[in-house]
Write a protein that binds this ligand. Structure first.
Ligand code: FAD
Length: 453
């Protein structure tokens, strides 16, 4: 039977996002999940699931109910021909490294290792993508085993394409995932190039930048008017040599940024000092963008980094909205102006880099941010110090006014009107489906009830 971890009322999970479950359980067998869901009196509603607990939005939300931690369901079950099958509590970092040892990788690889496969299957994790149809992590999911709101076992494969599309955006509201099958491909060397532009140059060359092949990641510096374009292309002939400069960049991302976040938050109080340090971080990143850094070749698992096991220790947090690729230079100009205006008025600016990714069109999940067309994100990040929460409230309204699309798990401080504007009919369809599949409201929580109405 499931291990009972805690029964403290008002418990707080390690991320520091207050969730208030009555019970916290850590099942050791998939069958335990069905038992928990069926026993309404012993295990109060809502039954909510937590994987790595790295979502900064309140999508886990315990709400005085039963929180189910999947971390003990941590086995990779099968390395098959073109696929891998694993339990929901396996961390993506563990899986990606095990695949790399065997010469394989997922079609997409995120930059952080702290994501459970359960979250990969049911949340929105947009990545810098290489091709149409594969822009969110859940697009790599070929099948999943879930426990329904009635406590019944259900296996869903690509034969039930519509059901899979809805489940890939279901956040534990239509069932609890305990096993996931993901597509795998042979390891591909990726060539990485950087080029820095002023906003004006970026705008002038945008058509050419976006037409060239490969995945795009941007590093944005609104206060020094800089857009650094990181282009990732498959190095099929493996023509370029590997370079030590990548290790420096990785080290900046892995060690410097989190430590920097912690020190800024706890040691430095004045905005002036913070901003000086922020400029230092931009300079450090700039070193990796020197001519010597061009044409570096890496494998995807090498760009992945582990944040601390307890999320609050990372002191590093971000929010994400996506915008139509067609009008992105205009969005960037408005964002730079927004950041400057906000700083002038409130003396606050996010003190870690703002990143962005280009996502190809991907309809494999209902709440895909690039469901209708190719998109580019804006991902301001911060150490979470005072001022960040207020900044996000204004940033959300700014993003919504430009037709932006948020996510339920990576965009913080959302309002119902943001969801209605971005998803409209899709949100209503999901809500109707939820009502029909979970009439007793076993899996819903206040976060989703508020946003979906
Ligand atoms: C500093 C920082 C950097 C980040 N960088 C990246 C990045 O580079 N790339 C990227 O893709 N993301 C990134 N993220 C986003 C983050 O990784 C994800 O939002 C998060 O990790 C999702 O995984 P999790 O296991 O922590 O999910 P959790 O937060 O534990 O859960 C997320 C949602 O999924 C549901 N859920 C989880 N498991 C199951 C299950 N088994 N069955 C049903 N429902 C389930 C939960 O109830 C919840 O609604 C970053 C986040 C932060 C804070």
């Amino acid at each position: 039977m499931a291990i009972k971890v805690s029964s403290a009322s008002g418990a707080t999970m390690s991320s520091g996002v207050h969730r208030r479950p009555r019970l916290m359980l850590r099942p050791i067998r998939p069958e335990d999940i069905g038992t928990i869901i069926r026993k309404h009196k012993t295990y109060p509603s809502p039954v909510r699931i937590v994987g790595c607990d790295y979502s900064q939005a309140r999508c886990v939300g315990g709400d005085g109910g039963t929180l189910v931690d999947t971390s003990a369901l941590d086995k990779i079950l099968e390395f098959g021909e073109g696929f891998v099958r694993a339990q929901a509590g396996v961390r993506i970092g563990t899986l990606v490294r095990a695949l790399a040892e065997r010469g394989f990788e997922l079609p997409l690889t995120p930059e952080i290792a702290n994501i459970s496969l359960g979250a990969v299957a049911v949340t929105t994790l947009p990545q810098a993508s290489f091709q149409d149809g594969l822009a969110q992590m859940s697009a790599c999911v070929m099948a999943m085993k879930i426990v329904t709101p009635q406590g019944k076992e259900l296996t869903v494969t690509q034969r039930e394409a519509e059901l899979l599309r809805v489940l890939r955006s279901s956040f534990g509201l239509l069932g609890v995932v305990h096993e996931v099958t993901l597509r795998v491909v042979p390891l591909r060397p990726v060539k990485i190039d950087y080029r820095a532009y002023s906003l004006e140059e970026f705008t002038a060359r945008y058509a050419e930048i976006s037409a060239a092949p490969g995945a795009l990641r941007l590093h944005l510096a609104p206060f020094s008017d800089r857009v650094t374009v990181e282009r990732r292309t498959f190095d099929v002939g493996h023509t370029t040599s590997r370079s030590g400069i990548w290790q420096i960049r990785n080290s900046v991302m892995r060690n410097v940024l989190p430590a920097f976040g912690a020190s800024v938050g706890s040691v430095l109080a004045t905005p002036g000092l913070r901003n000086a340090i922020l400029t230092g971080v931009h300079k450090a990143l700039g070193a990796t963008q020197a001519p010597a850094a061009r044409g570096v070749v890496v494998y995807a698992h090498e760009w992945m980094r582990d944040l601390p096991a307890e999320p609050w220790k990372a002191r590093y947090t971000k929010s994400l909205w996506a915008f139509a690729a067609a009008g992105y230079p205009r969005v960037l100009a408005d964002y730079f102006a927004f950041c400057r205006g906000y700083f002038k008025e409130h003396r606050y600016r996010p003190n870690v880099v703002t990143a962005a990714s280009r996502m190809h069109r991907d309809r494999s999940s209902l709440f895909s941010v690039s469901y209708n067309e190719p998109m580019l994100s804006l991902e301001p990040s911060s150490d979470g110090a005072q001022g960040w929460a207020d900044f996000l409230i204004d940033f959300n309204d700014f993003a919504a006014s430009l037709g932006g699309v948020p996510t339920f798990n990576q965009s913080r401080a959302l309002k119902a009107e943001h969801i209605e504007k971005a998803f409209g009919e899709r949100a209503r369809l999901f809500k109707a489906l939820r009502r029909r599949t979970d009439a007793l409201n076993r899996l819903d929580n206040s976060y989703f009830a508020n946003l979906l109405g």
